[in-house]
Design a protein around this ligand. Structure first.
Ligand SMILES: C[S@@+](CC[C@H](N)C(=O)[O-])C[C@H]1O[C@@H](n2cnc3c(N)ncnc32)[C@H](O)[C@@H]1O
Length: 212
């Protein structure tokens, strides 16, 4: 842990270092800033980053939106892998995302990045439904929020949008039921990768005529 002299930053910061797809990442967690779960790097986020690395994913030319970015590790990697990325979270988390973006994304790539507030169930209408890919890591953990999360996902998807959700299905309340039951009314869903209790699902919106 380290403290800082900068009055604009929380007093308690923790820095962790990672490397994915040849990109070193230095992620600062704003502990002591009352960000709750947003102030941590979670296993499902790391699992999704590792999946992008293993699959040699290149997002060049793709328009992505990330829900619940938290520290920003997944969205930052998506920018470094070539994507045009909108990173979102609740308003009070955006400062932490901006800080990590500044520390990890070279200025010459920043035109491919937007950081915006998006509270599920409330703000999605102000976003166009024209994303190629939606990302979400460890955002399935609070059953009370599942309806608003589904509403948001549904709004953001065009017919061929691909959603990658990475979830801890063992230790997150309701997560298994969300993926195995709730999403299936509205989305086609395929489990594409498992590491420990972290599962990565690839989803698309069900359209009229879908037989799945
Ligand atoms: C467990 S953290 C995961 C953070 C990051 N994606 C990761 O994998 O490390 C859940 C994230 O979802 C965000 N979140 C929770 N409820 C939300 C809501 N109703 N609207 C928008 N974001 C929300 C939190 O602020 C937090 O950043």
């Amino acid at each position: 842990m380290s403290s800082t002299e900068d009055n604009n930053l929380p007093k308690e910061l923790e820095v962790k270092e990672y490397e994915f797809s040849g990109h070193p990442l230095k992620i600062t967690m704003f502990k002591g800033a009352f960000l709750g779960v947003a102030a941590y790097v979670w296993g499902p986020g790391l699992a999704l980053c590792r999946y992008f690395e293993d699959e040699k994913i290149n997002f060049t030319g793709k328009k992505l939106l990330e829900l619940g970015s938290g520290t920003g590790i997944v969205g930052i990697l998506a920018v470094l892998l070539g994507g045009n990325v909108t990173m979102t979270d609740r308003p009070y988390v955006l400062k932490q995302i901006e800080y990590n973006v500044s520390a990890n994304i070279p200025v010459r790539y920043r035109h491919r990045l937007i950081i915006r507030a998006l509270a599920w169930g409330d703000d999605q209408e102000s976003f166009a439904a024209d994303y190629d890919i939606i990302l979400g890591s460890d955002i399935v953990y609070c059953p009370m929020q599942f309806p608003s999360l589904l509403q948001t996902l549904l709004h953001l998807c065009k017919d061929n949008t691909i959603i990658y959700l990475s979830s801890d299905v063992k230790y997150r309340e309701g997560s298994a039921q969300f993926h195995d039951e709730l999403v299936l009314e509205l989305f086609n869903s395929e489990l594409i990768h498992t590491t420990g209790s972290n599962c990565i699902y690839k989803m698309t919106k069900k359209v009229v005529g879908d037989e799945h």
